[in-house]
Design a protein around this ligand. Structure first.
Ligand SMILES: Cc1ncc(C[n+]2csc(CCOP(=O)(O)OP(=O)(O)O)c2C)c(N)n1
Length: 666
């Protein structure tokens, strides 16, 4: 990886980098929207990285042992699109660049995973990419521990700006990476001293290097426009025993005659005059928009193909490896039949023995069945392992420098955990799950949103899912969370009501490669109501009739711990000769996907509907209809033994039965 220490190297790098600058400013100019400053500032760093260090082959963007490149400061998306185009990645065209930020182009405002090969993760919400990169680097080490250097030995490079480093999530990600000694993680910090409002001195005076050093990183400061400095720092970073942060002093909008070095270059088109001036300043041979001379494009295309030999050598090693089958299966990520069989056995046992367990405990029992039969799952918790019940017997801890285990102590870093899980899922070969209290899903929220936006398999284990947690009180009692999480497109919110449903919901979450799932699980015990075994996964339709009643006048709708209450209310009503059905609704999102006939049938078209859920009403009206009733929370919870708290808020079987009777009277 040596680079020739000559003026040629500087000017050659500059010429290649100028192609990025030109495409980026032209793309932003054509859209009259976007962020030219960052791509122009980081173009030299990106050029040295791609031309000398990054292990990749543009012709096969999914090669499993490629280095990962994450643009955490995703507003500089034109940097990534220019790189993908120049290196010759599949699919992307010059026309796409010309239509940057238009609905007909995959070159969206911010990089969106899945729209173009080579976009490793969706970025734009600042800081997320750093934590994604931590997850990717961790995934690499975990798989390396199992498969060895021959199959898994790559680095994760992340570009991050001042914004990423100011965001709180960066603290979680950085301290966690330093603790774990993720030495194959290399951050290139765009230290340009500018953000939107002006110079960063307006709002920050952190010594970034000291901050990273304190967290266990190796650091170096360089001039981000000197090719040799960049190459030397990247050479030094290759064999580090710690994660590496290279602060690259750059000039935002480098080359723009009037706007370079100012916040004017950050987030708007430079304007025709400034673009023309920049092309002159950069000695670009043409003023024509999107013009890249053939020789420069060919040189870039050679760079895009420089990893071909390494990739082919990897394919040979892979094909000859005894571990090939196990490796390929893990990467494919299909749920093994043994897991399904173990879940079936657990369901049967639960129906036979009818234990009264909390669903957090039920989740642990499901995880025992899953983890013993599948190496893909990597569990963890944000310092609530004994509460979330996320650690099963066979999972050994992952520790600094020792990645042979399958359990991660994330520390009290909910946001970082969620974003790192996104990174692990994106890396491939891993199905991450991680726990905290449901109330702290808010701390994870933006990363959950990105799991949903990307459509990736991340499983959130969120226990203590209502006032049923009792004594800890309203700071810890979620009330609005189910509603707000159900509002998030693409997220499967599961709230199972007993051990059988919990096992079924886990099965659904594992099998769904295209959506994240969130398990809302109880602290308190609840009875098993699914007492007749069936192999069929009844939760798969999102809601189903748990107890039918001939000539029913009432349908009781419930989720999770309140299904038991609905059953009790049904008995109370039956004693007064009022026939009521019970519908369990563990996953609204799946229910919404069913046919209208199925949904109407389940909801009981000629019945009065009463919903009970220890949470706010928001969202329930669509199922209750105008004549129904809701029993649940109207505000925040309270501290006390959970049965007393339920009584205090009137979430009781008696109250549900009363509500049904009043609704029947109309
Ligand atoms: C979480 C989050 N908050 C706010 C924004 C809006 N935003 C986009 S870029 C930016 C400033 C970033 O500054 P810096 O990282 O220094 O970028 P540069 O000016 O170098 O391009 C802000 C506030 C965002 N994208 N994400």
């Amino acid at each position: 990886m040596s680079s020739s220490n000559t003026p040629d190297f500087q000017s050659h790098t500059r010429t290649l980098a100028n192609a990025i600058r030109v495409l980026s400013m032209d793309g932003v100019q054509a859209a009259n929207s976007g962020h030219p400053g960052l791509p122009m500032g980081m173009a030299d760093v990106a050029t040295v990285l791609f031309s000398k260090f990054l292990k990749f082959d543009a012709s096969d963007p999914n090669w499993p042992d490629r280095d990962r490149f994450v643009l955490s400061n995703g507003h500089g998306s034109m940097l990534l699109y220019s790189l993908l185009y120049l290196n010759g990645y599949p699919k992307i065209t010059l026309d796409n660049l010309k239509h940057f930020r238009k609905v007909d182009s995959p070159c969206a405002g911010h990089p969106e995973h899945g729209t173009l090969p080579g976009i490793e993760t969706t970025t734009g919400p600042l800081g997320q990419g750093i934590a994604n990169a931590v997850g990717m680097a961790l995934a690499e080490r975990i798989l390396n521990a199992r498969f060895g250097d021959g199959l898994v030995d790559h680095k994760t490079y992340v570009f991050a700006g001042d914004g990423c480093l100011m965001e709180g999530i960066s603290h979680e990600a950085i301290s966690f990476a330093g603790h774990l000694k993720l030495n194959k993680l290399i951050m290139l910090y765009d230290d340009n001293h500018i953000s939107i409002d002006g110079p960063t001195s307006l709002s920050d005076s952190t010594d970034a290097l000291k901050r990273f050093e304190a967290a266990g990183w190796a650091t170096r400061r360089i001039d981000g426009h000197k090719a040799q400095d960049i190459a030397d720092a990247l050479s030094w970073a290759q064999d580090s025993d710690k994660p590496v942060m290279i602060a690259c002093r750059t000039i935002i909008g480098f080359g723009a005659p009037k706007k370079a070095g100012t916040s004017k270059a950050h987030g708007e088109a430079l304007g025709p005059e400034e673009v023309a001036g920049a092309k002159k300043e950069l000695n670009w041979p043409s003023q024509e928009a999107f013009f890249v001379p053939d020789d420069i494009l060919s040189e870039w295309r050679r760079i895009g193909a420089r990893g071909e030999g390494a990739r082919k050598a990897w394919i040979e090693r892979h094909d000859a490896s005894d571990l090939k089958k196990a490796f390929d299966e893990l990467l494919k990520g299909d749920v093994p039949p043994a897991v399904v069989a173990a879940i079936m056995a657990l369901k049967k046992k639960a129906s036979d023995e009818k234990p009264a367990v909390a669903t957090r405990k039920a989740s642990e029992m499901a995880l025992e069945a899953i983890n013993t039969n599948w190496q893909a799952t990597i569990g963890g918790s944000a310092d609530l392992t004994p509460s979330n019940n996320t650690k099963t017997k066979e999972l050994k801890d992952i520790a600094p420098g020792d990645f042979s285990g399958r359990y991660i102590h994330y520390g009290i870093r909910e946001h970082g955990m969620a974003a790192a899980m996104n990174g692990m899922a994106l890396h491939g070969g891993i199905v991450p799950y991680g726990g905290t209290f449901l109330v702290f899903s808010d701390y994870c929220r933006h990363s959950i949103r990105l799991s949903a936006l990307m459509g990736i398999r991340v499983i959130y284990v969120m226990t203590h899912d209502s006032i049923g947690l009792g004594e800890d009180g309203p700071t810890h009692e979620p009330v609005e969370h189910l509603a707000s999480l159900r509002a998030m497109p693409g997220l499967r919110v599961f709230r199972p009501g007993d051990l059988v449903e919990t096992a079924e919901c886990w099965q659904l979450a594992l099998a769904d490669k295209d959506h994240p799932s969130l398990m809302a699980l109880s602290r308190q015990n609840m009875a098993t109501f699914r007492t007749t075994h069936t192999d069929e996964n009844l939760c798969a339709k999102g809601a189903y009739v748990a107890a039918e009643a001939p000539n029913a006048k009432v349908t009781l709708l419930a989720t999770g711990s309140e299904v038991e209450l609905a059953f009790k209310a049904r008995d109370l009503l039956a004693a007064e000769n009022i026939a009521a059905r019970v519908v369990s609704m563990p996953c609204w999102e799946l229910f919404e996907q069913q046919s209208a006939t199925y949904r109407d049938g389940v909801l009981g078209p000629n019945t009065v509907k009463v919903a009970v859920e220890a949470a706010v009403r928001f969202g329930w009206d669509r199922y209750i209809g105008p004549n129904g009733a809701f029993v649940g929370m109207q505000g925040f919870g309270a501290s006390g033994p959970y049965k007393d708290v339920y009584k205090h808020f009137g979430i009781t079987a008696e109250h549900v039965a009363e509500a049904a009777k009043s609704a029947l009277k109309g």
